[in-house]
Each structure stands twice: as structure tokens, then as C-alpha cells.
Write a new protein. Structure first.
Length: 67
């Protein structure tokens, strides 16, 4: 259920907002990887979650571009 609402929220956003969301997610992923490399990351499953969110954002961007 949570994933469906996230995707619905993404589909309601404009292309510019999606690009901003993508940049923010990539920055978060970079920070998580950096924390993981320095053994400061407690919740390593967050990396996988952010990677999947990036893929979801990119999928919605591709869908909007195809229209």
C-alpha cells in the first residue's frame, strides 16, 4: 500500500518536480553509501529502499516522456 501511494504521488508531479526528487534521492543514496563505507550507517536496508525509489522515479519520468 505504501509503495502504491508513493508512485501515485510521483505521477501527480510535473517533470521538473520529478527531476528535483530524483536529484534529492541520488544525493541521499550517496550519503548513505558514504556512511556505510565509514561504518556509521545503522540501517543498511535504507540503501536498497532508496535505490528502488530512484528506479520508480525514473520509470515515471520515462512514462511521462512517452506520452
Amino acid at each position: 500500500m505504501k509503495i502504491n501511494t508513493f508512485v501515485e504521488d510521483l505521477r501527480a508531479k510535473s517533470a521538473a518536480e520529478l527531476n528535483e526528487e530524483l536529484v534529492a534521492a541520488k544525493k541521499e543514496l550517496f550519503n548513505l553509501r558514504f556512511q556505510n563505507a565509514t561504518n556509521q550507517l545503522d540501517n543498511t536496508s535504507r540503501i536498497k529502499e532508496v535505490r528502488r525509489n530512484i528506479a520508480r522515479i525514473q520509470t515515471v519520468i520515462t512514462e511521462k516522456a512517452a506520452k
